[in-house]
Design a protein around this ligand. Structure first.
Ligand code: ADP
Length: 633
């Protein structure tokens, strides 16, 4: 192996393999990807040359040039953008630079991708798509501002490695030279190139140019023709977000979405408007169809691309959108901001906070409208993004009611997989029901089977079933909806059971005292339950405690949670409990009763899907009881 030969990272090989062997349709998108990279590179050069004019290198006639060489069988995509240093080329063209590489590889190997190879588009693998049409790819690049002798040439035939050598390059920027496969030679034809540029890159801000040969009759000799080579601009270049709506077709909107989002699917909604008044800006935002794989990562990039007077300032301006709307993609252009804004300035900037407020409202309004006009489409959208949207209830106090209106929740009255709105729940509440009941759990089936819902089932009271891990925090934060307070089915005191609770308290008081004494290190209270009908006991947290699922989640994350001791609730109508009361009346110091108290506590643990404190002791006690039962019968 020569010194200049480098191996691709494993994930790159996987990508290349997919590109070459699985992606058969839409091969022409390689050109969109390369033009988009060229345009990004010019954006960077243009932005940096605002503060360092030497980077423009004597001219800022930014452009992207396509050179089709039929003899050599090559198509070159040339830009005069920022270029790459040697190290940058190694990083950018030898690895896949995004978070969650492990998940990414898993995803690559999954059936889902095998059947829908376009899914890999969302991972930003743009450059490698060259190998769909080229046997060999050569990249000659020089960083803007570097010496002409400091250029590098990168070359690969997608055989697991690439070479990197020093070279000279007069002008700054990058040439990507594709040696086209035989079957891809159509991409050397002028009409084909025109068509693809028009279709996918028309809105690119910089001119995409190509030399075209035109033959016209010779005015001096009609028998002859004159051929003329002229550079032509192939794209219309109009910033799509500055155009008026009626000038833009759905296809154009969708293509632009793919350009800004790196998504391969069409968006589900387009939000395009111009705000006039004290703060003026244009916004073109999109709601995607599918959740990006990395949306839950810390370093997920939030916010639209920001332009100031047609100059791209940053590709993700996180100060423009709250993180619970991080699925929104698009562009915002404002002329009220200075060109040299930094991220820090943006966080504090008044104009930015006005825009953020406005965008947030617009997105939430759009979702509300979608929910009203097309419930099915909204439900599909919610399935992908509801969990993220919901974070807003916790983080955006001012808008928590508005966001609560957008929630969709399963309930004991919906079919599995179907949902209700909170408003729907409240509408169905019988007049004498004062609270909105909800249960948190890992899944619907175990929530429904839990003892906590017994009395609700018996009385036909609807309970919301919430299965996202942070739901308890969200609902506690919300507190109430349409002036109806939320009440957890697994927390606090409920009074829905049979019989007069006050009477029962008196009747069972002494027995409960005995149990409490026996369990004093384990529970804070033993009391009559207003929620059980079938089970004898259950454990309940205080109204203000975290539910056990959340507490476990925090523990798993290594955090200590201050958790009050729980309470053991006892069903006074259960045969076992009435028998225990009789036993107590006969012998208030019964050893058996004390043993049963411990067993009931373990049972309560089992009922919520936990283990008894000591499974061996529990099994022994149970066997003993069963043996007694067998011999008694
Ligand atoms: P993405 O564009 O999504 O980052 P790509 O695979 O298309 O993914 O490109 C990887 C990286 O290579 C880019 O982020 C950029 O740093 C670099 N790159 C690609 N093309 C160019 C170019 N024409 N000029 C400068 N850098 C480029």
């Amino acid at each position: 192996m020569t010194a200049n030969k480098h191996e691709f990272k494993a994930e790159v090989n996987k990508i290349l393999d997919l590109m070459i062997h699985s992606l058969y349709s839409n091969k022409e998108i390689f050109l969109r990807e390369l033009i988009s990279n060229a345009s990004d590179a010019i954006d960077k050069a243009r932005y940096e040359s605002l503060t360092d004019s030497s980077l423009a290198e004597g001219g800022d006639e930014w452009k992207i040039q396509l050179i089709a060489d039929k003899e050599a069988g090559t198509l070159t995509i040339r830009d005069n953008g920022i270029g790459m240093t040697r190290d940058e080329a190694v990083e950018a063209l030898g690895t896949i630079a995004h978070s969650g590489t492990k998940e990414f590889i898993q995803m690559l190997e999954s059936r889902e991708v095998e059947n829908n190879p376009e899914l890999i588009g969302q991972f930003g693998v743009g450059f490698y798509s060259s190998f769909m049409v080229a046997d060999q790819v050569t990249v000659i690049t020089r960083k803007a501002g570097a010496d002409a002798s400091h250029a590098v040439v990168w070359k690969s035939v997608a055989d697991g490695s690439y070479t990197l050598d020093d070279t000279e390059k007069e002008s700054k920027g990058t040439d990507v030279i594709l040696t086209l496969k035989e079957e891809a030679k159509t991409f050397l034809e002028e009409w084909e190139i025109r068509k693809v540029v028009k279709q996918y890159s028309d809105f690119i801000e910089y001119p995409v140019v190509m030399d075209v040969t035109r033959s016209t009759p010779d005015p001096e000799d009609e028998e002859k023709t004159v051929t003329e080579i002229k550079e032509e601009i192939l794209n219309s270049r109009k910033a799509i977000w500055l155009k008026s709506k009626d000038e833009i077709s759905d296809e154009e909107y969708n293509e632009f979405y793919k350009h800004v989002s790196h998504d391969f699917s069409d968006p589900v909604k387009v939000i395009h408007y111009r705000a006039e008044g004290t703060t003026e800006f244009s916004a073109l935002l999109y709601l995607p169809e599918k959740r990006p794989h990395d949306i839950f990562y810390q370093d997920y990039k939030i916010g639209p691309t920001l332009y100031v007077r047609r100059v791209q300032i940053m590709d993700h301006c996180e100060a423009m959108l709250p993180s619970y709307l991080r699925f929104v993609k698009g562009v915002v252009e404002s002329s009220d901001l200075p060109l040299n804004v930094s991220r820090e300035i943006l966080q504090e900037n008044k104009v930015v906070s006005v825009i953020k407020k406005n965008l947030t409202k617009k997105v939430l309004d759009t979702l509300a409208k979608m929910k009203k006009d097309d419930a099915e489409a909204y439900a599909t959208f919610y399935e992908e993004f509801g969990r993220i949207l919901k974070e807003g209830i916790h983080h955006d106090f001012e808008r928590r009611e508005t966001i609560a209106d957008l929630l969709l929740v399963e309930s004991t009255s919906t079919k599995p997989g179907e949902t209700t709105t909170l408003a729907g729940y409240v509408d169905r509440m019988p007049e004498d029901q004062k609270e909105i009941y909800y249960i948190t759990g890992t899944d619907r089936a175990s929530a429904e089977a839990s003892p906590y819902l017994e009395v609700f089932k018996e009385k036909g009271i609807e309970v919301l079933i919430m299965t996202d891990d942070f739901d308890d925090i969200i609902i506690s934060g919300l507190g109430e909806y349409k002036e109806k307070p939320f009440q957890s089915a697994i927390k606090g005191d409920l009074d829905l059971g049979e019989g007069d609770k006050e009477e029962q308290k008196k009747e069972f008081g002494d027995l409960l005292e005995l149990m409490k004494e026996e369990l004093k290190d384990l529970v804070s209270e033993v009391r009559i339950s207003g929620r059980l009908t079938d089970s004898a006991v259950c454990l309940v947290a205080g109204d203000h405690d975290l539910d056990p699922k959340m507490a476990k989640m925090f523990e798993a994350m290594g955090q200590q949670v201050p958790q009050g001791q729980r309470m053991l609730e006892v069903n006074p109508n259960h045969e076992l409990i009435t028998r225990m009361k009789q036993l107590f009346a006969a012998d208030s110091d019964s050893a058996q009763l004390k043993e049963y108290a411990g067993l009931l506590y373990d049972q309560a643990l089992l009922l919520e899907g936990d283990k008894p404190r000591d499974p061996v002791v529990f099994a022994k006690a149970l066997s003993k009881l069963m043996a007694e039962g067998v011999s008694a019968s």
